[in-house]
Design a protein. Structure first.
Length: 319
């Protein structure tokens, strides 16, 4: 077991999730003649773009040693706002929706920072509260886009590639570079890995937590705006359970629930793994609930393997 642990720790550039992604990609390409078509590949990217955007921000928060359960509700509120206030102007509607996500993220971060209450509890409360705000704002009614340019944007393409997929991939690249090439990225790892040492090094923990909660709030709102554009509508229940899919994707990508370790490339692999599984099994006409069973089993297996391989060095992080 010692040699096995050493092997995996020495191969940090090799992310197991990508081996899994390649394996299921090859499997489904043999199982369905339509799986490798360009239209289906782009369809997978579009289908995963919403969870993918949420997962980008969630990766930062989880590396920091926290979690955000309010992303699905924030997505739903942003979608309702961007569709509901379009009569005031599309630019105003988009800015208002994004601002709502930033404000929710900032409030979550501020409460976690100033009170020391666990982020799980704080964001659980935010999830319930924001979902309530959605129902108050919408009066439990669905909203439909009145601006045709907004609805058309969700279906637009640049060449053969959907714009939504391009936005997701560009955001992934930017967030990868920020995490790996900037001081904020390095401090995010430091705070999540050893908060006491980070304080001794002069890193302001509260400031970095705030920034990362704002980042996840922004991406949740952006995902809501783009999903509403794709649907041409918003419903009060939009985004429900998305936080669970998001956390699953991030954990599958190798980010530790205890903080201090993770990557955007791993998260991308986790997002694609979920997208390919759902798409491929749908093409094989497998009932949707089997996907949930398989993903649940995979997630538990990943956590058990990670615990076994890293048991001596894994420490619970509390901030």
């Amino acid at each position: 077991m010692t040699s096995l642990k050493g092997f995996f720790r020495g191969k940090t550039a090799i992310q197991p999730i990508w081996i899994f992604v390649i394996a299921i990609f090859i499997f489904f390409s043999f199982m369905s003649e339509y799986f490798l078509s360009l239209s289906n590949i782009t369809n997978i990217l579009v289908q995963t773009s919403t969870i993918g955007l949420l997962a980008l921000g969630m990766t930062y928060v989880m590396i920091n040693g926290n979690i955000d359960l309010s992303v699905g509700a924030t997505l739903g509120l942003a979608a309702s706002l961007v569709v509901g206030i379009q009569p005031l102007g599309l630019t105003v509607a988009v800015l208002a929706a994004l601002a709502a996500g930033i404000v929710i993220g900032a409030i979550n971060g501020l409460i976690v920072w100033k009170t020391g209450v666990n982020a799980f509890i704080v964001t659980l409360g935010a999830m319930i509260g924001v979902r309530g705000l959605i129902f108050l704002y919408t009066q439990e009614q669905s909203f439909y886009a009145t601006n045709f340019a907004f609805a058309d944007f969700g279906a637009s393409t640049i060449g053969p590639i959907p714009v939504l997929a391009i936005i997701f991939l560009l955001c992934t690249l930017v967030m990868h570079l920020v995490l790996t090439r900037t001081g904020h990225g390095r401090n995010t790892f430091a705070v999540g890995g050893n908060p006491e040492a980070s304080i001794d090094a002069g890193i302001r923990l509260g400031r970095h937590m705030m920034i990362n909660f704002i980042i996840v709030g922004f991406f949740a709102a952006l995902a809501g705006v783009l999903l509403a554009s794709q649907m041409g509508a918003a419903t009060p229940n939009l985004g429900r359970d998305y936080e669970l899919w998001t956390i699953t994707a991030v954990v599958l990508g190798g980010t530790k629930l205890t903080g201090g370790y993770g990557s955007i490339t791993g998260t991308l692999g986790g997002v694609l793994a979920i997208g390919i599984l759902r798409n491929g099994m749908n093409m094989m006409q497998v009932p949707a609930f089997y996907v949930l069973v398989i993903l649940g089993a995979i997630l538990i297996s990943v956590l058990i393997i990670d615990k076994k391989l890293n048991a001596p060095s894994t420490k619970e992080v509390r901030i």
